[in-house]
Ligand binder design. Structure first.
Ligand code: NAP
Length: 292
């Protein structure tokens, strides 16, 4: 028997497919609208991981035909200056989506900056207005990572209705909006977090288990129900025995893939889907601005 029994949910391939579809949509619309869609990614400081994410987002924009209006500001930039930039981008007709790359340097008030983004340009779907639409089950821009997870499940025809989904992690970025999206699709949802006393007891009940924590090997095979769908949102950089650096998720991949029926790899699972949904949100805002 092979060491891996679960089928891989290939987020990388699906993200490429979505980007291809978006490129076609943009090509069609651009003639009518007279300009391409625009995304502004604001980065403050020199966090190396953020720099890689921003580069990847801008490369993906270029592939699809979205113009980038990114701004890279020095670490010490004051709050008022970042806010002024957001207001300027809110008013810029060429910009359909604005994203503030997190984390920000500690002197900046992240929540205040996210609230300053015009809700209709909130490409990351983190503005309280868009989170409010989600909680009410209304149309709005959805948070990219959770939406990417839902899109991946849909692509593989993995219906969540009536299933018990266990979400580990309750951040506003991933865990909470994902739990709401699963609920919207009629899953029975449990949310576990750092104060959950017996994590394994909860995770073993999940027909779907989703980890969004940021701790390598937190979830092992014995914590997973046989036949489950296992979605790993975590991204952790670790050192291997030969001192190389490697990206892993929150699952102990080998043991979880022996027990589950489906599993997302890290990298190549949820990560690329997040970028694809960011582009999707930008194109949605672009369409909405011109056709509604
Ligand atoms: P976060 O804000 O740090 O939240 C982590 C969550 O995990 C918190 O709710 C925390 O509980 C919970 N937690 C911590 N230790 C735990 C434990 N031992 N048992 C159970 N729950 C525990 O992180 P985040 O922004 O949601 O990101 C989570 C992970 O996803 C990170 O690795 C991040 O890099 C990754 N991520 C990936 C993508 C992607 O595109 N693939 C996008 C975003 C984030 P408390 O609330 O009780 O503190």
């Amino acid at each position: 028997m092979s060491s891996e029994t679960a089928s891989l949910l290939n987020g990388k391939a699906l993200a490429q497919k979505i980007q291809g579809e978006l490129k076609t949509t943009v090509e069609k619309l651009q003639g009518n609208i007279g300009r391409p869609p625009g995304l502004a990614v604001i980065m403050v400081g020199d966090n190396p991981a953020s720099a890689v994410y921003v580069r990847n987002k801008e490369k993906a924009c270029a592939k699809v035909g979205i113009a980038s209006f990114g701004r890279h500001l020095p670490t010490e930039t004051p709050q008022e200056e970042v806010e002024a930039l957001i207001h300027q981008l809110n008013a810029d007709e060429r910009v359909d989506g604005i994203l503030v790359q997190l984390p920000l340097p500690p002197h900046l008030d992240t929540v205040k900056l996210l609230h300053a983004i015009a809700p209709e340009k909130d490409a990351d779907g983190l503005h309280p207005m868009n989170l409010g639409h989600l909680i009410r089950g209304e149309e709005g821009l959805r948070s990219c990572t959770p939406w990417g997870v839902m899109r991946l499940l849909e692509e593989y025809n993995l219906d969540v209705a009536g299933k018990h989904a266990v979400v580990v992690g309750r951040s506003i970025l991933v865990g909470k909006p994902l739990a709401l999206m699963l609920l919207e699709k009629n899953a029975t949802v449990s949310i576990a977090h750092s104060r959950t006393p017996d994590l394994a007891e909860i995770t073993r009940q999940g027909d779907i288990i989703i980890a969004a924590v940021g701790k390598p090997n937190l979830i092992t095979g014995e914590m997973v129900k046989p036949g489950a769908i296992a979605i790993d949102v975590g991204i952790n950089r670790i050192m291997t025995e030969d001192s190389a650096s490697k990206l892993v998720g929150d699952f102990e991949f080998n043991s979880v893939s022996q027990v589950s029926n489906y599993i997302t790899p890290v990298p190549g699972g949820v990560g690329p889907m997040t970028v694809a949904m960011l582009l999707q949100n930008t194109v949605l805002s672009y369409q909405k601005k011109h056709f509604q």
